[in-house]
Ligand binder design. Structure first.
Ligand SMILES: [Fe+2]
Length: 309
């Protein structure tokens, strides 16, 4: 089964920009053990140079394609400047999970067939069979990051991977039935999930009316947003990018001190959307950052406010 999120993969055209945004901007460090040097490590499958930034029990991994004809080079041609590319999930039973997903109708992409797979290496599934989202299976490698690469502590884990989808039914089919991540029924009870946001208001950014499904995976979660109004930003995003049902929408690290995180990000040129709202007991404290300042990926920051605060 899938026990945790291994990483979110972001495609960029410039690794230096990635160092600036995730290194200086978020206060993360490059894992010099696995991705040393100015150009990081070669990812032979993707024909890309990769930098790995540890974040909690997982990572943010940034890829610069080595040519226009590589899989990520073609992605970059469609998304100039880059953006969120894939979600990678750690499996402690890779053979079982690959077999299980294939039985549910998911095909392999890289490698293209099961007989090409050694049973130990990561596997990308064909996004045409997973509603358009690129999902990777990462066999549990027991790897432990050296504490020297843990960063400044502005963010302590990946709180969630935000995925926008056309319908709650599509979300259940993909994440619950195929991938096998159960919904947190306490937070987002089926069949509709939890409603967020008031009626659509073009003058209130970052408050889109959506239905949310929370699917915890280890210390993070897959968070699916389904727009209730197609005029909203999430609605327009779904129209543009989720032609097959789904697209990665945002990345959300957890901030133990949200005031510090906002000051840290803003001082380093990341562009905040709106403001950090005051604390309300029991409500998460979130703020948003513009994708053009975060490697083409919409960013949310999250902090839980206890009821007794
Ligand atoms: Fe979110």
């Amino acid at each position: 089964m899938f026990r945790q999120v291994h990483h979110m993969g972001i495609v960029v055209d410039d690794l230096e920009r990635a160092r600036k945004v995730l290194g200086e901007g978020w206060g993360l460090r490059v894992n010099e053990d696995r991705t040393p040097g100015a150009d990081g490590a070669l990812d032979a499958t993707m024909q890309a140079q990769v930098l790995e930034f540890p974040l909690g029990e997982g990572f943010v991994r940034v890829f610069r394609p080595n040519g226009p004809d590589s899989p990520m080079g073609r992605f970059l041609a469609q998304r100039p400047g880059g953006g969120a590319h894939h979600v990678s999930l750690v499996s402690d039973t890779p053979e079982y999970d690959v077999t299980r997903l294939m039985a549910a109708g998911v095909r392999l992409w890289l490698p293209p067939t099961k007989s090409d797979w050694d049973g130990k290496s990561p596997v990308y599934f064909d996004p045409a069979t997973t509603a358009g989202v690129i999902v990777q299976l990462w066999p549990d490698d027991g790897y432990d990051v050296s504490p020297q690469y843990h960063g400044e502590g502005v963010f302590t884990k990946l709180h969630h991977c935000g995925v926008a989808m056309r319908s709650v039914a599509d979300a259940r089919q993909l994440w619950v039935d195929m991938v096998g991540c159960p919904v947190d029924m306490r937070r987002s009870p089926l069949p509709e999930g939890r409603p967020v946001g008031a009626d659509y208001d073009p003058d209130r950014p970052a408050s889109d009316p959506v239905q949310i499904l929370d699917m915890p995976v280890g210390q993070t979660e897959i968070e699916v947003s389904v727009p209730r109004d197609m005029r909203s930003g999430t609605g327009k995003f779904v129209e543009r990018f989720a032609g097959q049902g789904a697209a990665i929408h945002h990345i959300c690290p957890y901030a133990p001190d949200p005031e510090r995180a906002v000051a840290y990000l803003n001082a380093r040129g990341l562009q905040q959307i709106g403001v950090l709202p005051p604390a309300r007991p029991g409500a998460p404290r979130v703020s948003w950052y513009h994708p053009k300042s975060v490697l083409g990926v919409l960013m949310e920051i999250w902090h839980d406010v206890p009821f007794d605060s």
